[in-house]
Design a protein around this ligand. Structure first.
Ligand code: C2O
Ligand code: CU
Ligand code: CU
Length: 524
């Protein structure tokens, strides 16, 4: 077995970054992204400047350095931390080269005539005004020289007027989001509040964010991203692929890292930052863990779990108690048939307890205001379907509409709506709505063929309650195949132009994204 070797042995062992079987696992310590200090603190809030830069980083001890893109030149980007209601301003600056190092599909509309390297930053899960949301057409190039049609400001304002939560910022440029995020443009953004601080959860060095992503490498250690499906597409080369799965797993920018831990409780903020891959996580010793938070913040009560499924962009705040696992090496595993991607990272319970563990897993965490179905003024039926494009490629669509089609989701400011996510395809899609946090009502099996024929929903079974791990504020939800996933949300905070989309980035870029316009209420 290539792993468990010490340095001397590995020197004799040929590591080929393109062959995951040859890559020793758990030889790099897990990095924890640095917390970014503000450039200045103004009366109006903390002001940051963040540069997107190309850099070279060692992603595995035995790899040559890999060219990546990073916020402030690091992948993952620095973590931004703030208290609730304390405004943050960020000047996002594009200092990237003019050429992309990954293959661009020029058949995707925005990529036809726009500059090749364009960026825009979205703070995923945040309630912000439209001009700071990172609209896909608010992109800009190096030095803001060229700007997309929706560009309106250089400095984004984040009021942080929402409950404590694990958010993340990432690129959102139209048509190349999958490439920009894959290159490394992602980071954590953590909002804290007094209520949470009073709960005495594991904190400080015992609170660690984990960004989980899959990647594939070329032999020379550079990032590999397909320039099209295995079967080349005439007229579309390079071409977008319908889905992408990497053959290695990185956590916080290291391939299969390990973390030395003390025999005590730790809080991990899990984020699936992968393009397409869904993870079903489990601890190799069978140990249970506790989920305390979802996308939008802490849950009402902790949930005891032995497995946890997270789709791209979903977050889960969990506590693992290592106190009964002294001297064990525990692997965070992923349910998978592949030997390699079955591993995520390793916890080694080898550190001495530096102090008594006084942190707790409180029985009740945070009050949750359940949105009432009877208060909904509108129910929208939104299909998820696939067609074939003019090159013979699959094209996934929301409500059979392309990105460029006129806006159809126009909720009134302050109103509560129920969205029926009607998945007609054969697999799940992580559906994300900007601006809001929503709740999952249930999932109801329906007759797919009947819907195709008539456009009517015929339910074929009883509603299935959301999974325990979904009982809280969500901004991204698994829309399961053959079921209507019903979500409820209130369009609060701002009016204006946002988006909603599938968070499989290969789908989002082509064309599984739709405008969302929150309009002024007629009654006020
Ligand atoms: Cu995390 Cu619109 O995206
Ligand atoms: Cu978002
Ligand atoms: Cu999708």
């Amino acid at each position: 077995m290539p792993w468990d070797l010490d340095d001397k042995d590995v020197c004799e062992y040929k590591v080929d970054p393109s062959n995951p079987d040859s890559i020793p696992k758990f030889v790099d310590e897990l990095p924890v992204p640095k917390v970014l200090q503000p450039t200045k603190v103004l009366k109006s809030g903390a002001y940051y400047e963040v540069k997107m830069q190309q850099t070279k980083q060692r992603l595995h001890k035995y790899f040559p350095k890999t060219t990546v893109w990073g916020y402030n030149g690091t992948y993952p980007g620095p973590t931004i931390e703030t208290l609730k209601d304390r405004p943050v301003m960020i000047k996002w600056m594009n200092c990237l080269p003019n050429k992309h190092f990954l293959p661009i599909d020029r058949t995707l509309h925005a990529a036809i005539d726009s500059p090749e390297v364009r960026t825009v930053v979205h703070l995923h899960g945040a309630r912000v005004s439209p001009d700071s949301d990172g609209h896909p057409e608010a992109w800009f190039t190096q030095g803001y020289r060229e700007r997309g049609p929706s560009f309106s400001r250089e400095v984004y304002k984040y009021p942080n007027n929402q409950q404590a939560a694990t958010l993340w910022y990432h690129d959102h440029a139209l048509g190349i989001t999958r490439l920009n995020v894959y290159s490394g443009l992602a980071g954590f953004y953590i909002i804290r509040d007094q209520l949470e601080l009073r709960l005495n959860l594991p904190s400080g060095k015992y609170e660690i964010p984990l960004l989980i992503q899959d990647r594939t490498f070329n032999e020379d250690g550079s990032l590999f991203y397909p320039d099209g499906p295995a079967q080349p597409i005439p007229g579309a080369s390079p071409s977008v692929v319908p889905i992408f799965f990497g053959n290695t797993i990185l956590v916080n920018g290291k391939v299969w890292p390990y973390l030395n831990v003390e025999p005590r409780k730790y809080r991990f903020r899990l984020l699936n930052g992968s393009n397409s891959r869904t993870y079903t996580l489990r601890l190799s010793n069978g140990q249970k863990f506790y989920q305390i938070g979802t996308d939008g913040g802490l849950m009402e009560t902790p949930v005891e779990l032995d497995t946890l499924t997270i789709m791209p962009a979903e977050r889960a705040d969990v506590i693992i108690n290592f106190s009964g696992s002294k001297h064990q090496n525990i692997i965070l595993t992923n349910e998978d048939t592949d030997e390699n991607t079955r591993n995520v990272m390793q916890f080694r319970v080898v550190l001495p307890l530096s102090d008594k563990d006084t942190s707790t897993i409180p029985e009740t965490l945070y009050p949750l205001r359940h949105l009432d179905q009877n208060m909904a003024v509108k129910v929208r039926n939104l299909s998820i379907d696939t067609v074939i494009d003019r090159y013979g490629r699959p094209l996934f669509l929301l409500n059979n509409k392309m990105w460029d089609d006129p806006v159809s989701e126009t909720p009134e400011f302050g109103s509560i709506e129920i969205w029926n996510l009607i998945n007609l395809t054969a697999f799940p899609h992580p559906i994300h709505v900007h601006l809001v946090q929503f709740q999952v009502l249930d999932r109801i099996p329906f007759d797919v063929q009947h819907y195709r024929d008539t456009g009517e929903i015929k339910f074929t079974g009883e509603p299935v309650q959301p999974r325990a791990s979904e009982n809280g504020w969500k901004d991204t939800i698994m829309a399961t195949p053959g079921e209507v996933t019903r979500i409820i949300m209130k369009f609060d905070g701002y009016t204006g132009d946002y988006v909603w989309h599938c968070h499989i980035l290969e789908h989002e870029d082509y064309d599984m994204m739709r405008p969302l316009r929150v309009i002024k209420s007629y009654n006020t």
